[in-house]
Every structure is written in structure tokens, then in C-alpha cells.
Design a protein around this ligand. Structure first.
Ligand code: PEP
Ligand code: MN
Length: 337
């Protein structure tokens, strides 16, 4: 249920309703909108609870939440959410640009990339230290050493760090260095991991599983939100289809659909979504045209020698050119980097 407070309801009235909701063994999520505050009361719905909450002082109305996901839904929060993590602003008119290598490889690679992407207008640095690889024989990432290099790149450039965490046990370690914890596509439905990042105060970039529906993605986001972490960004990174001309199929209608259903910001990953460098610049521009709130792009100083995903990585120069296109489209659709 949503307890919609009257315009101008006082802090005491809001706090009182939180206590009332919790007394009914429901979880209370307070969402402060620009116009008024609502309290999402999550748990088993009972008609009696609805009537009892409706009589609270300062309460306007109590409504059921129809969507299966609750805190993520537009019903609870009609205004778009802006996630702000250090230098990265994503959502509500702000376009975040997360760029960097697939994997952190060495100091020279990450420092030069951080400097180059910052110069071209990136607002955050990506780089995997814990890598989910299809084969156990492929490069698995530099782990804590990689995290230290990312933190050094943040010291150098001021860019917020986005990096993947693969297991609940690693959350404290990765959160010590990172600003945004990336949940990889393969882990979208790892519910213990979602709960662990939900307990953290870092931003969360939740990637869509290649065979997950959008309802499943939103319910995965709900796991994070339900633990109290509101800083969730959703990421379309391509899905599995019968088509083989691209690594995955990148459905941009996702952006429009999700904006209808959720207030959370939507990031698009045209690198994994296409799997070919030459497709990335136009699909990045198309993502912004479709209303994306952010992009995550793989950039490498020497893609040919990259230890992972070189075939879909942009050179520094290509990233600069992509940013010019993206800026032009962002202007047209009213997004500010
Ligand atoms: C990545 O961002 O490098 C990555 C592994 O992405 P995904 O989880 O979308 O495959
Ligand atoms: Mn990659």
C-alpha cells in the first residue's frame, strides 16, 4: 500500500505514520517527493490495515500498489530519481557517462584511460577487478590490486569508480574502494548478493540478465531497495536472441518502457549490447535519443591487446568522437551531462 500524506504534512505526522505502519508488521519506505511525501507500506495487504492507516492525522489517502515491484514503481514515486555518487549524476535530466576498460590490467592502462575519458567528458570510470568470465581459463581480474588502482585513478581524476562485485562476501572489500557496485548480468538474480548491496550505502548499477524479463529486472532492483539502499540504476546491456550478427541484441524500447514503469534511472551499455566497436558510437547516440539517463562504455588504450572485450572497446579517439555525437543528441532531448 502507499500512504499518501497531505501536502504540508509535518515531520511528526510522517514519523507517526511510519511507526503505525511498522506496528502492523509492514516495512515502511519514506519517499519524499517534490509535492508531498508518501510512505510505501510493504508486506501482506490487509483491508483493516488500510482503513486504520487512512484515519491517521496528515494522511490524504491509502492506495494499493498494483505493480509486483513496489518501491521501484512509478505508482509510489511519480518523479524520476536522480542518483548522485561523487562525480556521477544519473537521472532526472542528468546524463551520466561511465567509461573505461572492461578489466583493470595495470597502472599505466587505468591511469591513461581515466585521464583520457575524463578529458572527453566522462563522469565516472569503469573497470572490472573481479571479472565474471565464461571460461575459468580466461583472465579473472586483478581483484584487490585492481581496486587499489581504481582508487588511485579516482585520486588522479576525481572520477567516481564503478566496478563489479560478484559475491556477497566481497561486498565490504569492493565497497571500501568503489563508489558504485556493479551487479553483472550473470548475477542479476543472485538474491543474497542483491541483499548485500542493498545494505551498503554505495550506488548500485544493476545489469539486466541476458534472458531476464523487465519485470524480473525490476523485482531484482526491489531486493536492493527493500534493504534500504535507494541509489539503484538499472542497466540494459543486451539480451539473448536467435540473432547472431551482434554479441547480444540491444533492445532500446527497454528505456522507454522502464521510464513508464519506474522512477529509477536507466543506463544503456552499447559495448556489451553489440559486441562490435564499430556499432558502439551510433548505438550510444541512439540510447540517448531513446531517453537513457546514462551510458556505460568500454574504452581501452590499445583494444587489440586488451585482456578482455577488446573487440567491443573504443580507442580514446573513438570515445572522443562518440562523446561529440552523444552531446549533440543530449542537447536535442534535454539531457545535461
Ligand atoms: C562488464 O561490464 O564488463 C560485464 C561483465 O558486463 P555484463 O555483466 O553485462 O556481461
Ligand atoms: Mn566487458
Amino acid at each position: 500500500m502507499i500512504v499518501v500524506m497531505k501536502k504540508g504534512a509535518t515531520r511528526d505526522q510522517i514519523d507517526h505514520m511510519v511507526v503505525r505502519v511498522e506496528e502492523m508488521n509492514l516495512k515502511a519506505h519514506v519517499i519524499e517527493g517534490t509535492e508531498r511525501t508518501v510512505i510505501a507500506a510493504i508486506g501482506e495487504k490487509r483491508e483493516q490495515a488500510k482503513q486504520s492507516l487512512e484515519s491517521g492525522s496528515g494522511v490524504d489517502e491509502v492506495l494499493p500498489i498494483l505493480a509486483p515491484y513496489k518501491v521501484a514503481s512509478r505508482e509510489v514515486k511519480p518523479e524520476p530519481t536522480e542518483v548522485v555518487v561523487g562525480s556521477l549524476h544519473v537521472g532526472a535530466g542528468r546524463l551520466g557517462i561511465i567509461a573505461g576498460p572492461c578489466s583493470v590490467e595495470d597502472e599505466e592502462q587505468i591511469m591513461s584511460t581515466a585521464t583520457a575519458v575524463k578529458e572527453s567528458g566522462a563522469t565516472a570510470l569503469r573497470g572490472g577487478a573481479f571479472k565474471p568470465r565464461t571460461s575459468p581459463y580466461s583472465f579473472q581480474g586483478l581483484k584487490e590490486q585492481g581496486l587499489k588502482l581504481l582508487a588511485a585513478a579516482r585520486d588522479l581524476t576525481g572520477l567516481a569508480i564503478v566496478t563489479e562485485v560478484m559475491s556477497p562476501e566481497d561486498v565490504p572489500l569492493v565497497a571500501e574502494y568503489a563508489d558504485v557496485l556493479q551487479i553483472g548480468a550473470r548475477n542479476m538474480q543472485n538474491y543474497r548478493l542483491l541483499e548485500a548491496v542493498g545494505k551498503s550505502t554505495r550506488g548500485v548499477l544493476l545489469k539486466r540478465g541476458p534472458s531476464a524479463t523487465l519485470d524480473e529486472l525490476l523485482l531484482a532492483a526491489e531486493y536492493v531497495l527493500n534493504e534500504g539502499n535507494p541509489n539503484v540504476m538499472l542497466c540494459e546491456r543486451g539480451i539473448r536472441t536467435f540473432e547472431s550478427h551482434t554479441r547480444f541484441t540491444l533492445p532500446l524500447a527497454t528505456v522507454v518502457y522502464l521510464h513508464e514503469k519506474t522512477h529509477l534511472p536507466i543506463v544503456v551499455d552499447p559495448s556489451h549490447g553489440t559486441g562490435h566497436t564499430y556499432l558502439v558510437p551510433d548505438m550510444a547516440a541512439a540510447s540517448v535519443a531513446a531517453g537513457a539517463d546514462g551510458l556505460i562504455l568500454e574504452v581501452h588504450p590499445d583494444p587489440e591487446r586488451a585482456l578482455s572485450d577488446g573487440f567491443q572497446s573504443l580507442t580514446f579517439e573513438q570515445f572522443g568522437q562518440t562523446m561529440q555525437k552523444v552531446r549533440a543528441i543530449a542537447d536535442v532531448v534535454g539531457r545535461r551531462i
